[in-house]
Design a protein around this ligand. Sequence first.
Ligand code: TXA
Ligand code: MG
Length: 349
Amino acid sequence: MYNTKTIDLSIDFENGVKQASNYIKKDELVAFPTETVYGLGANAFSGDAVAKIFKAKGRPQDNPLIVHVDSIEMASKLAYINDDARKILEEFWPGPFTAVLKKKDIVPAGVTAGLDSVGIRMPSSDAMLEVIKRTRCPIAAPSANKSGSPSPTEAYHVENDLVGRLPLILDGGSCKYGVESTVCDLTTHIPLVLRPGAITVEQIKELTGSVEVSPNILTPLLSNEKPTSPGMKYKHYAPHADVFVIKGEKKSLVAKTNEMYDEDIANGDKPVIFCFKKDVAYFGSRNVMIQGGNDNINEVAKYLFKNLRDIDNLGYTKVYFESLPTTGMGLAVMNRIIRAAGFKLILVK
Ligand code: TXA
Ligand code: MG
């Protein structure tokens, strides 16, 4: 057990980075804020340090980690980068974009779960970049949640999940995007999006001319299907409550949501409806959670995981989400929501 400390970077940036660098050099874990979600970091060159990540999170051993670097140059020590891939990295780094590339031997097998590719990202987080620069260690970091919980977008989410399991959490406030990075396989002839994020499919297509999207982003894996990314196999982002996604024309969608809600109440359940502020009136005096001021999908993304955590904290047993358009950031949002719902989609006319 560790006596976990949290350092607020807005007050004590230098001390935070210094202590984090010392822990990383000693093969200990540090939780870092990034622009996507908080990451649970360790020296990617050390098999021992990496093993601690899996233990602290309770993460399945066959789910590979993303390695964070401070430059394309550092990435090129870990993986083979051809001209096409370089052009993509130059455009999207630093940022919420993870490139899956053919790995070099220097990357320990524990990081990649034995795959011959490695996921690499250059984040735009000042603290993490500074620690990578000072230690010269690339940092392997999955999201800093307990395996199966929503990714943390606030330092206290990390504390709630992992206190006692690591020595240090760096608090950088709320994460800018709130959903994890876009994971894109660049080992294929055409870039293949494995997990959608804030770098959108449209942006990748505009840069490269063509892009493919994994079929499992919005639909479940069939039992005999091999996942394009190991992370897809696992149940993710699932609150204890029963979550439903309702899709259809607004009027019937509202009627169906209200009907199900009222049945829940009659059955002694505690339901809640996720909606935009502008839509609150449709649901009368029913319990709602606001997922953004208006139709701003970036706001929905930013608060999505916090809202999913709050569902459990507030004891809701049934949750209704309106299906949102899957363009741009909408694909990342619906990818997380449909998983939280265990793929329960209700279609109304
Ligand atoms: O935004 C993010 O990506 C955050 C921050 C901390 O950087 N990290 C993150 O890591 O979300 P994690 O471990 O929670 O999710 C990594 C995903 C998993 O679904 C994993 O299966 C996939 O990336 N992945 C990693 N390496 C891969 C590889 N070589 N091939 C295919 N998928 C890979
Ligand atoms: Mg994760």
